[in-house]
Design a protein around this ligand. Structure first.
Ligand SMILES: Nc1ncnc2c1ncn2[C@@H]1O[C@H](COP(=O)(O)OP(=O)(O)OP(=O)(O)O)[C@@H](O)[C@H]1O
Length: 242
């Protein structure tokens, strides 16, 4: 299983936002690291078929996103930056609504997701309205929901923004475990360098361009830097701290 992006460009009018991106994602934890405005969310909109590019290709194993969108989306789970939960419905109602969009029966859906809900400490919250959940629990619910149809690839756009450290760590660790145990391909978009570990596959995006890609530890070695923070500064000439 691989998600392949070839020579992908995008603009919102005159301003080019993504410039000829090419990369391949395989199973495991892949990080898309870039500052605000780098183009991460735009790339997500293209990967999930919300936007269509005039230039470039996105393929999922042997499926082409433009030509076989439904088949590709059936294999994909997405957690967008902005929450899409219905606050007035319960946890279970939110899950089942999404399940029906994927053609899953209630029983199938709950069977698929109960282990994940347990790991994310949400199993005892099924009857609670989402409005009563804190930010961390809402994020976890969105992750569980995105996994309910057992996708092969999971895209998460800055999923820890606004969360406290404990919630953040629980979510990152859980997603890392998922990548390891279930062989899912994860694309984790973030602007937080401390979320990158040396064994992660890293794509460093800046001003719509891929500045580096490869195993984070190897990239640091190649560019003679001690850590991802230094690597980032060296390759983007950015001085601000993230
Ligand atoms: N709908 C839009 N119309 C015009 N310009 C846009 C639109 N959406 C994003 N942009 C611009 O495109 C560039 C990339 O934005 P994008 O949201 O993809 O970056 P990002 O890396 O996700 O940043 P953030 O972390 O702030 O969401 C920015 O300069 C942004 O202002």
């Amino acid at each position: 299983m691989s998600l392949r992006v070839i020579d992908l460009s995008y603009d919102y009018g005159r301003q080019p936002v993504l410039k000829s991106l090419s990369f391949v994602l395989s199973s495991g934890f892949n990080v898309l690291l870039g500052p605000n405005g780098a183009g991460k969310s735009t790339l997500f909109s293209l990967l999930t078929g919300l936007y269509e590019s005039r230039q470039g290709e996105i393929t999922f194993s042997d499926l082409d996103l433009k030509a076989q969108k439904r088949q590709v989306l059936a294999r994909m789970g997405v957690v967008f930056q902005q929450s899409t939960l219905d606050l007035d419905l319960t946890v279970q109602q939110n899950l089942l609504y999404h399940a029906s969009l994927h053609g899953l029966s209630s029983q199938q859906a709950m069977n698929n997701v109960s282990g994940i809900l347990e790991e994310l400490q949400l199993l005892n919250r099924l009857d609670d309205r989402v409005r009563s959940l804190n930010g961390g629990h809402r994020r976890r619910l969105e992750i569980a929901r995105a996994l309910m149809h057992q996708p092969q690839v999971l895209l998460l756009d800055e999923p820890t923004v606004g969360l406290d450290n404990d919630s953040r760590n629980l979510i990152v660790e859980h997603i890392r475990e998922l990548a390891k145990k279930r062989g899912i391909c994860i694309l984790w978009a973030t602007h937080l360098m401390d979320e990158v570990q040396s064994g992660d596959q890293l794509i460093l995006l800046d001003k719509g361009e891929v500045k580096a890609q490869g195993k984070a530890g190897d990239l640091c070695q190649q560019h003679d830097t001690d850590d991802v923070y230094q690597l980032y500064r060296k390759l983007t000439q950015t001085v601000e701290i993230m």
